[in-house]
Design a protein around this ligand. Structure first.
Ligand SMILES: [Zn+2]
Length: 82
């Protein structure tokens, strides 16, 4: 049994509770599960949105890669000429 007692506000129901571990953010398992289910539901929604627009996803990935490449190359040229 842990000796740690930290007063915290539950991430889900916003009620004050005494945390028994440093990482505790929920007052009960009920709140933890409620939040977990909500996160999962949101994840599914996001994935479904991506599946609807696969071309947009492909486009975003290509753009992000281009920016990454540009930022990788740019400082080399800048330091070379300064
Ligand atoms: Zn709670």
């Amino acid at each position: 049994m842990s000796l740690i007692r930290i007063k915290r506000k539950c991430k889900e129901c916003k009620e004050d509770f005494i945390a028994k571990t440093i990482s505790s953010v929920y007052c009960s398992r009920k709140c933890y599960l409620r939040n977990y289910k909500m996160i999962k539901k949101n994840e599914i929604k996001i994935i479904q949105k991506i599946k609807i627009v696969p071309l947009l996803k492909k486009f975003l990935l290509e753009v992000m890669l281009t920016i990454k490449e540009a930022t990788l190359l740019y400082p080399i040229f800048e330091t070379t000429y300064s």
